[in-house]
Design a protein around this ligand. Structure first.
Ligand SMILES: Nc1ncnc2c1ncn2[C@@H]1O[C@H](COP(=O)(O)OP(=O)(O)O)[C@@H](O)[C@H]1O
Ligand SMILES: [Mg+2]
Length: 410
């Protein structure tokens, strides 16, 4: 497949052309602080410009074949709409493939040749992750562009995705404790807040549990920038786009109009927060009718202090105070406001979550306040759901097609 070097990744967005040519350089060495050091050009860049970005490295297909031992099936870390992600090893300094267990560990995403998410999404990832650097964004080490092959090389995230921790059952994935859920929620919120900040102004557009990765200390990092877009500039209120995303996570006004704003991400954050509180997937066709859509089912319970326990994950029962449970449910409800203007911005979400953090973030019990211990709506059906939620079980492979980003038509 030939490559058009003048392709512009934002051609899809009519509101995004011809804006000012602000280009502020990045300080990639400063990972400790938040938004002000980082910025992203607000003009469309050509493919050549994006790929020459000094922060990422170009690998050959041969390099990555060696690093992943020819993309061995037993080194698959995960799969998404783009393709499969493999574990590999390279030397820290020379970036040459090393023996497994030596050098640094990398994650290599390989585009499926028949994937509808193609070159444009690959380029969007190089564009954004190649420029943006933040403790709550995954680090892109490099890419490979060779003939029809498209690959991305990231830092390895040892604890995998939040999706696995919330929804996989098995000896490796123990249920995340309440305090770890709050820690992960805060980390992911900081990542989004950084993207939305005045200097960066990026809309992530595919916020969901499989795109939130965890390091060894459960620090959350956003990955998968294939659908990210520059936010509106000047006096524009939104960006007009084709509706892309994942069922169950997309904001209602975005689905209805294609008008994308940072508040669309806030809605998706509310869905993920609700998944973390309830231990239920955003969309789950295996639930009884009336419970397929998590938001629709949970909303009536969220605002009522006596009823929120019915939606809370019974696997973390007894770990939270009533006050913390109510505050986090209220935060989720605000993020899920049908009208975007009633949703908080991500800075407000970060502040609210900071106030809820449990000291010594890894302990499993809440530190203060009366413990909540009620029967949740899942108690009666927990055995059935345990089997159904297990993506390793055969039944589940059919029942749970892994949700991945796709065009959403209404
Ligand atoms: N850097 C990484 N470290 C560890 N696991 C990863 C990494 N990147 C991706 N994965 C795994 O692969 C899955 C798919 O990756 P993702 O980037 O979301 O692909 P897609 O663009 O196809 O959706 C993730 O949900 C996660 O389980
Ligand atoms: Mg993904």
């Amino acid at each position: 497949m030939g490559i058009c070097l003048s392709a512009r990744i934002k051609a899809e967005s009519p509101c995004n052309t011809g804006v000012d040519s602000k280009y502020v350089s990045l300080d990639v060495n400063d990972l400790g602080s938040t938004s002000s050091k980082y910025s992203v050009p607000q003009t469309p860049r050509s493919e050549g410009e994006i790929l020459q970005s000094s922060n990422v490295r170009s690998f050959t297909l041969g390099d990555l074949k060696m690093a992943t031992r020819n993309f061995r099936p037993d080194s698959v870390l995960g799969e998404g709409g783009f393709g499969s992600v493999f574990k590999g090893w390279i030397d820290e300094n020379s970036f040459v493939a090393t023996k497994p267990g030596t050098g640094i560990v990398i994650a290599v995403k390989k585009l499926n040749k028949d994937s509808f998410q193609g070159h444009r999404e690959w380029l969007a990832e190089v564009n954004y992750l190649g420029q943006l650097s933040h403790p709550h964004l995954v680090k892109l080490i490099g890419y490979c562009l060779e003939d029809e092959h498209r690959l991305l090389v990231y830092e390895f995230m040892p604890r995998g995705s939040l999706e696995n921790h919330l929804f996989r059952r098995g000896s490796y994935f123990q249920p995340l404790s309440w305090s770890l859920r709050l820690k992960v929620a805060l980390g992911a919120a900081k990542g989004l807040a950084f993207l939305h900040s005045a200097e960066t102004k990026v809309i992530y557009r595919d916020f969901k549990t499989s795109n939130i990765l965890l390091d060894s200390n459960y620090n959350a990092k956003l990955s998968d920038f294939g659908l990210a877009k520059d936010g509106p500039t000047g006096d524009k209120s939104h960006v007009s786009t084709r509706v892309m995303g994942t069922y169950g996570y997309a904001a209602p006004e975005y689905l209805a109009t294609g008008h994308l704003t940072a508040k669309s991400d806030v809605y998706s954050f509310g869905v993920v927060l609700l998944e973390m509180l309830s231990g239920r997937r955003a969309v789950d066709k295996n639930r009884p009718s009336g419970e397929h859509n998590l938001v629709e089912w949970a909303k009536p319970y969220l605002a009522n202090k006596r009823k929120i326990f019915r939606i809370l994950d019974n696997r973390i029962e007894g770990q939270y105070s009533m006050d913390a449970a109510f505050k986090s449910a209220t935060l989720a409800l605000r993020c899920l406001s049908a009208e975007s203007k009633f949703r908080p911005n991500m800075d407000e979400v970060v502040t609210a979550l900071e106030e809820l953090q449990v000291p010594n973030g890894t302990q499993s019990n809440a530190s203060s306040g009366p413990r909540a211990r009620r029967r949740s709506a899942d108690d009666a059906s927990s055995r059935r759901n345990t089997a159904a939620d297990d993506p390793n079980s055969k039944r589940n492979t059919i029942a749970y097609p892994r949700p991945s980003a796709s065009p959403l038509y209404t």
